[in-house]
Each structure stands twice: as C-alpha cells, then as structure tokens.
Design a protein around this ligand. Sequence first.
Ligand SMILES: NC(=O)c1ccc[n+]([C@@H]2O[C@H](COP(=O)([O-])OP(=O)(O)OC[C@H]3O[C@@H](n4cnc5c(N)ncnc54)[C@H](OP(=O)(O)O)[C@@H]3O)[C@@H](O)[C@H]2O)c1
Length: 209
Amino acid sequence: MTTLLVLGATGLVGGHLLRQALDDPRVERVVAPVRRALDAHPKLDAPVVDFDALPDDASWWDVDAVACALGTTIRDAGSREAFRRVDVDYVVDVARRARSAGARSFVLNSSAGASRSSFGFYLRCKAEAEDAVAALDYPSYTIVRPSMIGGERARRRALEHAVVRIARAGSVLIPARWRVVEAEAIARGMLDAAIVATPGMHVVESDAI
Ligand SMILES: NC(=O)c1ccc[n+]([C@@H]2O[C@H](COP(=O)([O-])OP(=O)(O)OC[C@H]3O[C@@H](n4cnc5c(N)ncnc54)[C@H](OP(=O)(O)O)[C@@H]3O)[C@@H](O)[C@H]2O)c1
C-alpha cells in the first residue's frame, strides 16, 4: 500500500489524480498540501499551507511517493519571476522535503517541448524543474510531458479553451505528439507511475500518454 503526496490537487490534472488516488485500493493515504481547503475524505490529509513557508517538521512529509501537477501561467502569476517561483521553486522545494522524509518515487507533470534551450521562458522553466528534481536522486522518477491538456476546468481560460476545441476538431491533421491529451488520462498514468515506482528515470512524451 502506498502513501501518496499529490501537489496541485485543486487543479485540472491534480483533481483527477486526487479522485483516482482516493478511489485506488493500492493507495492507503493521500496527502494534498493546498492553498484552499478540500472536501474531507477518510483517506485524505489536506493541510492548507503557504507554499512560501512550508513547515519543516510536519509528519505528513513522510510519504512513499509524490505526484506533482502544480503549475500556474505567467498571466495568472503576474510576472515571469512569480511564475518561476511556482513552477520551479515550489515544485523543487516539495520534492526535496519529501525526499528527505524518505519518499522514493516522484512523478512530475511537465510539458511537451520542455527544454533548457527553448526560446520560451515557460518551457525553460519546465526543464529547470525537471533537472532540479532529477538531482534529488529519487530511486524512481517519471517526467510526463503532455501537449495541450483537455478537460473541464472550474475556471475556464477562454483562449486555452478555444485552442483545445480547434485542436480536437483537427486532431487527425496534427502530429500525435501535439494532440490534446485528456487530463484524466494524464492523471491515470501519473498515479500508476507513482505507485509502481519502476526504478530509474523515465520520460513519457505526449503521444505515449
Ligand atoms: N494547460 C495545458 O494545456 C498544459 C499543457 C502542458 C503542461 N501543462 C502543465 O501541466 C500541469 C497541470 O496543469 P493543469 O492545467 O492541471 O493546472 P491547473 O488546473 O491550473 O492547476 C494548477 C494547480 O497548481 C496550483 N497553484 C497554482 N498557483 C499556485 C500558487 N501560487 N500557490 C500554490 N498553488 C498554486 C493550483 O492551486 P489553486 O487551485 O489554489 O490555484 C492548482 O492546484 C501544470 O504544471 C502545467 O504547467 C499544462
């Protein structure tokens, strides 16, 4: 039985991950640090935290595996620096704390095109987070790199929603690697990778999700 820490549990992918993990008999307990409260569940510990001042000594860091779907946009964050703080610093901070407490498996929802040499700041940050987590030497580390993510958001982002609709309509014309991937499927793959914890580092590109 696995104890799993889910990061980004109030988001689209993270919400699916949370529901799937709570329903999964292989998962004994779910820890989901959040900045706004979640509904109670007998298997869930969801501390409301300030990600700029995470507790050092909380017993809930003691998990087997971490699945991370945390992230924002430069627009929502307000600046590149604020975006990087969430998508890189928060992710790596949690990864480091969980690893110190004994976690052995980490699954990161990154992005298609993540690369240190990308022209896009977003994709360079995603690559930076990937590399920083790799340096923590998790015995099992899986990076999932979805293209556009499809699914029903609580707060619809108009441009993103339109792009996903167009991409879905023309999906046969789009190379598999750039097609819309459903959040539910991403979460399913992340949960399995976190629990099975195959040793080594694994990269799952969008067309393999
Ligand atoms: N959308 C796409 O098409 C796409 C494509 C490729 C990769 N990705 C990446 O995939 C991952 C998951 O995407 P998603 O669409 O599921 O994300 P999402 O729905 O926007 O959810 C993001 C999660 O991160 C949390 N978060 C954001 N800013 C935060 C902050 N300042 N402090 C604490 N928590 C914060 C959110 O918490 P709140 O609910 O409290 O805001 C939420 O739980 C992200 O890393 C994203 O960059 C997305």
